[in-house]
Design a protein. Structure first.
Length: 279
């Protein structure tokens, strides 16, 4: 909800949850803290009904509203940009981290780019957070190639080409998931749901690495390899069973493709095992 900038709706949901009874006190404390932060960071969305249009601002984009709000925050507090940077860099990974990065997208301060790039290169960040940081740099209009470590791999990313939405990823990335859909969507809808979720996270986590570049091909056999690896990793996670030979047969993975398949499978499986706790 927050990633889609539905801040008004998020505030309303939190207000509703705070009125509910029977939850643990720590949940109310967390909801209240997040609501207070949202109200302070995005006052323009307070008391806004879902999908309600602002008649006076109907020709103004949400980006422009966000920029105006941040300009007013900077007029009140010249150090607001530094506070957002500290919140993004020093707080535990959470919705507030992502919201701080979102706000940093709209601040016209060149030193923010330098700080984010230095953070990427020097800190040991989770791959998904690295991807969000590079997305922030793209939104800020930064251009050029950034190279940094991603676990044992090196990521080399052209900032202006970073996808901001799932449908902006290259066609081969989408086609790999479509292959899994062909095999699972009807008869194993639960497996396909988890495959979608895992693939979305995985491609962001490996973006810019050798694994990612190996997917950008017109070679159908390589797409089949990644599709089979994804299917196998999710199948094992859900059922604990193997069924590897059957799955390889579904995607036409021959003995000559076996080595590449094993490499792809290990990459997906490792990410699935570590999740947000990995580095």
């Amino acid at each position: 909800m927050l990633e889609n900038e539905r801040y008004g709706e998020a505030m309303q949901l939190l207000q509703f949850l705070l009125q509910c009874q029977g939850q643990e006190q720590k949940h109310y404390d967390e909801w209240s803290a997040l609501l207070q932060w949202l109200e302070a960071a995005f006052p323009q969305y307070m008391n806004q009904a879902p999908d309600a249009a602002e008649p006076d601002d109907e020709d103004i984009s949400e980006d422009e509203i966000a920029r105006r709000h941040l300009r007013s925050k900077l007029e009140e507090d010249a150090g607001y940009g530094d506070k957002l940077l500290r919140m993004a860099m020093n707080e535990p990974l959470s919705e507030q981290t992502m919201l701080a990065l979102e706000q940093l997208s709209y601040l016209d301060q060149p030193e923010i780019d330098e700080a984010l790039i230095r953070w990427l290169k020097e800190a040991k960040l989770h791959p998904l957070l690295q991807f969000r940081v590079v997305q922030t740099l793209r939104k800020r209009g930064h251009e050029g190639t950034i190279t940094f470590s991603r676990g044992d791999m090196k990521a080399e990313i052209e900032v202006e080409s970073v996808p901001l939405q799932p449908n902006e990823f290259p066609e081969p990335i989408i086609r790999i998931l479509e292959r899994v859909a062909d095999q699972t969507e009807v008869h194993e809808p639960t497996l396909f749901y988890f495959a979608q979720e895992l693939w979305s996270q995985f491609v962001m986590a490996v973006y810019g690495t050798g694994d990612y570049r190996s997917m950008l091909t017109d070679d159908d056999s390589l797409l089949d390899i990644w599709a089979a690896a994804l299917h196998q990793a999710v199948s094992e996670t859900l059922s604990g069973g193997s069924g590897e030979e059957e799955i390889r047969a579904m995607y036409g993975i021959t003995d000559t493709m076996r080595f590449r398949y094993e490499q792809a499978y290990r990459s997906v499986k490792q990410f699935a095992a570590t999740g947000m706790s990995g580095s």
